[in-house]
Ligand binder design. Structure first.
Ligand code: AP5
Length: 236
């Protein structure tokens, strides 16, 4: 009986040493592969920018995309509205700019994204909605992702006419309670900010061959089908 107990103990010891050596071996291989080809890490995450003017459907489509793919949704507009609801200093400072349809300073939103990326290490990918909105934000995002050995996979840019944008936002303003939706002059300022500062972000990513234009008018499901077909092509 005692012999059997020793025998059992030996087997346990040998198998535990074996498992640890196997773990170290596999870990070593992965580390060596990453060392030789660091770009291989890029395939692990899929990072998407859903791009487009105010009212183009970024929020609507983001909800469906995160449900389908499990991306971590990072919407700077949602984060800022949350700060306003919580009455934080950042929220108070952002509110007056948002109510006028102006952009919040780059340093503020870049800081928000930096901490969101840190808090969400280990996700399978990020869906950026409403960020980046200036070239400075795009450059900062590229750097933050590079620090994590990852990058933007694709920028899906929703195309919607100005008349349709205004119609959608005024319509949402009837019920949403969003102070930036209630009058046409603030909506006009938001669209102007987009044209003056944000549209150029697409050029930044065009140089990297990452922009795909998606027709943003039609039913929500039709647009979603276009988006998923572009994502699926790149995830194969
Ligand atoms: P943010 O919250 O990002 O708002 P936005 O870009 O103005 O976009 P919206 O949320 O209004 O529109 P959306 O494209 O998401 O469309 P949605 O799906 O909601 O930003 C708000 C403010 O925060 C900015 O103005 C700025 O001040 C500040 N801010 C945020 N990020 C910043 C940053 N990075 N830097 C600096 N400042 C920043 O749809 C709109 C409506 O249309 C809905 O009612 C929806 O039901 C409807 N709809 C959607 N799809 C369709 C369809 N296919 N057909 C018909 N109706 C549709």
């Amino acid at each position: 009986m005692i012999e059997l107990a020793f025998y059992y103990h030996d087997i346990q010891l040998i198998s535990s040493v074996f498992m640890q050596l196997t773990g170290l071996f596999v870990n070593g291989i992965i580390r060596t592969v990453y060392y030789i080809c660091p770009h291989l890490r890029l395939v692990i995450m899929f990072n998407l920018i859903l791009f487009g003017p105010p009212g183009s459907g970024k929020g609507t489509q983001s909800e469906k995309l995160i449900a389908r793919y499990g991306f971590k949704h990072l919407s700077t507009g949602d984060i800022l509205r949350n700060e306003i609801r919580n009455g934080t200093r950042l929220g108070q400072e952002a509110k007056s700019l948002m109510d006028q349809g102006q952009l919040v300073p780059d340093a503020v939103v870049i800081g928000m994204i930096r901490s969101a990326l840190e808090q969400n290490a280990g996700v399978n990918g990020f869906l950026f909605d409403g960020f980046p909105r200036t070239n400075a934000q795009a450059e900062a995002l590229d750097e933050l992702l590079a620090e994590k050995n990852t990058a933007i996979s694709v920028v899906l840019a929703l195309q919607v006419s100005k008349t349709e944008l205004i119609k959608r936002l005024l319509n949402r303003g009837l019920t949403s309670g969003r102070t930036d939706d209630v009058n046409e002059s603030v909506i006009g300022s938001r669209i102007e900010e987009y044209e003056r500062k944000t549209a150029a972000v697409a050029d930044h990513y065009k140089k990297l061959h990452k922009v795909v234009h998606i027709p943003g008018e039609g039913t929500v499901d039709e647009i979603f089908d276009h988006l998923t077909s572009e994502i699926n092509k790149r995830q194969k």
